[in-house]
Design a protein around this ligand. Structure first.
Ligand code: HEC
Length: 120
């Protein structure tokens, strides 16, 4: 009996932990970003968590953690595609989402940095 409660508690905790870092909302699925991106591991493109950490870091040489500038840059990058920041593989342009949708997706990626469990 006791063991069963413990197992249920553990499952609930695992569920909470996985919800804590969650950028893969409906928009990311709708526009097939998830074919190339996952929250916490590299697929074809970089992990969203790594993007979030890079662009919210005050020591980032380009944006210095300036969220508005990072959102503007990343939104344009998602729209037009491109390569060379994370490696030689290009991201194709994304023509279908509206500007507002792209902004929302980019913001949800950057927000992952706040929710990331402290590892260091
Ligand atoms: C066919 C695969 C593919 C798809 C689909 C894709 N991406 Fe990417 N994405 C990449 C690759 C590859 C990179 C790395 C580009 C680079 O190194 O400059 C990347 C980079 C990014 C970056 C970081 C850009 C930077 O300059 O640091 C963001 C943010 C991003 N993608 C968001 C999205 C969103 C949102 C979508 C859906 C609308 C999407 N991606 C769809 C492959 C993809």
């Amino acid at each position: 009996m006791k063991a069963r409660f413990a197992a249920a508690g553990f499952a609930a905790m695992a569920l909470l932990a996985s919800n804590a870092a969650f950028a893969l909302d409906e928009l990311h699925k709708k526009y097939a970003c998830t074919a190339c991106h996952a929250d916490e591991r590299k697929l074809v493109g970089p992990a969203y968590m790594d993007v979030a950490k890079a662009y919210t870091n005050a020591k980032d040489p380009k944006y210095k953690g300036d969220r508005a500038k990072a959102v503007a840059y990343l939104s344009e990058k998602v729209r037009k595609g491109g390569s060379g920041v994370w490696g030689p593989v290009p991201m194709p342009p994304n023509a279908t989402p509206t500007d507002a949708e792209i902004k929302k997706m980019v913001e949800s990626i950057l927000d992952m940095a706040k929710k990331a469990p402290a590892k260091k």
